[in-house]
Design a binder for this molecule. Structure first.
Ligand code: ZN
Length: 246
């Protein structure tokens, strides 16, 4: 079983009625629900704010949770700054040791993503109900499994994200998003950082029903299996004895 933790800042759904109408079961539960239909995936959720709109200690992330998570999924937007630095560092170190991680949409500015990238992760953005067409660049990558017959997928409405995207070159770029406002964006990017695999996926603005889209659900599900580690490696820099006699 792949143990997945879906982390959400859980702010928009509690603060704005128009968002809670799109995600009445909240964003983390919407993601947990479709992932949980897979027999090889076991999902839990963690949130920065609890259901009474109170800030949780340690952003809801304990050492035990990190040790028991194979794959973390991160959704955040307006509360990136409320995640304690020491928690972001622990998430980064878990990834370096092997934990897989998927950053969704506005998680491009989350502390763990910026720590793992080492760059600004800035981009251009606009909310104007643009249609997005995401072009598939590599049908043979495991994250694109099931799209053999498609050249692209389309989302009727998404927030527009635009290049330049302030990231290090992805080890593998899987999709380029095009918007009918004219912009393009590197929408599905893969990296390795030491022992951990990282996937960034751009769709998922809170005011659109993106996480109910079957293509989006398939890509996130495939990504969970792709970033899932074989094992966790202890991060250490040990003195080592000679193996052979002099
Ligand atoms: Zn957004």
């Amino acid at each position: 079983m792949i143990k997945v933790t879906v982390w959400n800042e859980y702010r928009h759904e509690q603060e704005e009625e128009r968002i809670s109408k799109v995600y009445p079961k909240v964003i983390h539960s919407a993601i947990a629900e479709f992932l949980g239909t897979n027999e090889d995936i076991k999902v839990t959720t963690a949130t920065l704010y609890d259901e009474n709109n109170q800030l949780r200690e340690n952003a809801g992330i304990t050492d035990e949770l990190l040790a028991d998570t194979d794959v973390m999924i991160w959704w955040g937007h307006i509360a990136h700054g409320q995640v304690p630095d020491e928690i972001a560092i622990k998430v980064k170190e878990a990834v370096l040791a092997g934990m897989g991680i998927i950053f969704l949409h506005s998680a491009h500015h989350s502390k763990p993503f910026k720590l793992l990238m080492g760059t600004t992760c800035n981009l251009g953005w606009r909310e104007s109900d643009d249609k997005e067409r995401l072009w598939i660049l590599d049908h043979n990558h495991p994250i694109m499994a099931g799209f053999e017959d498609k050249r692209f997928i389309e989302l009727e409405g998404e927030e527009t994200y635009s290049e330049p995207f302030g990231i290090p070159d992805p080890d593998k770029l899987l999709m380029i998003g095009w918007y009918n406002g004219g912009e393009v964006f590197r929408s599905a990017c893969c990296w390795r950082r030491e022992n951990g695999k990282i996937f960034y996926f751009q769709p998922g603005h809170e005011s659109y029903p993106t996480f109910y889209n079957k293509d989006v659900q398939r890509i996130i599900t495939n990504a969970v299996r792709w970033v899932n580690p074989q094992c966790r490696i202890k991060l250490e820099c040990p003195w080592i004895a000679r193996l052979e006699e002099k």
